[in-house]
Design a protein around this ligand. Structure first.
Ligand SMILES: NCCCCC[C@@H](C[SeH])C(=O)O
Ligand SMILES: [Zn+2]
Ligand SMILES: [Zn+2]
Length: 307
């Protein structure tokens, strides 16, 4: 399971096999949780990373693959799980993270769409739900959450890439995530949604230009993360609130998680800045994931110092 596995992209079937194998081989740390199913009835498998050290822990949530064509995103979830398992009690940062927090990792939030990018259309973004009003397929899962749903920055037209769905949480994948987070709202303290591309570290809000209550605190966290990526990897990530840094985007999972009460909520846009875009070559997976890991560590450990 070493070497090239985490530096290649994998089919949905291979990812499902890996998730099951990991939960069996590392049952002391990794537990398989089924949180729901997709529109086409594929499982939404999550891995819970939890070390048994007698400490009752709060949790970090990380979802990958909400947008089908952003293959580096699921690659990072797999890469992070492997890193956590391999370097727990070896690397001091990941050891501190796991000794204090459980991690809920959802490697492929949009399995139908991801499968579709492997079989039919590499550039597909949305899920694969059918609408009764149109022949066009799919809703943008990152516009389907109940946070200023379908206001400016989303589309009411089923054929558009940012179609917000019939109503908030109309899409089974969004509903499964919202349901899980609602039922774990007391313990989940940090939320990360992994996307590509454009190299940005974003926080709420994207659904409005209004500033989040702890805007300055969130800004300081992503600023430090971006600075460390620049120092250690000589790469540039922009950072800030979604609306000010990328564009208005209502109905997003991060804004919704923040409004639910998760005070530390982030969206990462991983490599690159457009040269390859969504088609990031596999040879760049390890660099992109190393940068994302450094950002994640900086933010998680930064928050742990406070709570
Ligand atoms: N929740 C919105 C965060 C900012 C936009 C993120 C991008 C990722 Se492709 C989008 O959903 O358009
Ligand atoms: Zn995305
Ligand atoms: Zn993106």
């Amino acid at each position: 399971m070493k070497g090239m596995f985490f530096e290649s992209y994998h089919s949905l079937e291979d990812i499902y096999h890996w998730i099951n194998k990991t939960s069996q081989e590392y049952s002391h740390m990794a537990t398989l949780i089924l949180i729901g199913s997709s529109y086409e009835k594929r499982p939404l498998y999550m891995l819970k990373l939890s070390v048994q050290n007698g400490v009752s822990k709060n949790a970090v949530w990380m979802d990958c693959g909400i947008h089908a064509r952003e293959w580096i995103s699921p690659a990072f979830c797999l890469w992070f799980v492997n890193y956590a398992i391999t370097f727990y009690n070896v690397n001091s940062d990941i050891t501190a993270m796991l000794n204090n927090m459980d991690f809920y990792i959802l490697p492929v939030m949009n399995p139908d769409g991801y499968k579709y990018t492997w079989t039919t259309n590499r550039m597909w973004r949305k899920n694969r739900s059918r609408s009764k009003d149109s022949d066009c397929v799919g809703a943008d899962l990152n516009r389907n959450f109940d946070a200023n749903w379908c206001t400016q920055g989303a589309s009411k037209r089923p054929c558009d890439e940012t179609y917000c769905g019939a109503y908030p949480e109309s899409e089974p994948e969004a509903q499964a995530v919202a349901q899980f987070l609602r039922s774990h709202r007391d313990t989940v303290k940090m939320y990360f949604s992994i996307h590509s591309y454009s190299q940005m570290l974003l926080f709420p809000y994207s659904c409005t230009y209004d500033r989040a209550e702890n805007h300055d605190e969130l800004l300081a966290l992503v600023k430090k993360a971006a600075e460390r990526i620049r120092i250690y990897y000589r790469n540039v990530y922009k950072f800030g609130s979604g609306a000010e840094t990328i564009y208005l985007a209502p109905g997003g999972s991060d804004d919704w998680a923040y409004k639910l009460g998760i005070p530390y909520s982030f969206t990462f846009e991983l490599q690159d800045r457009g040269r390859y875009g969504f088609l990031l070559p596999a040879k760049l997976i390890s660099k992109a994931c190393s940068e994302a890991l450094l950002a994640l560590k900086t933010i998680v450990l930064g928050v742990l110092e406070k709570i």
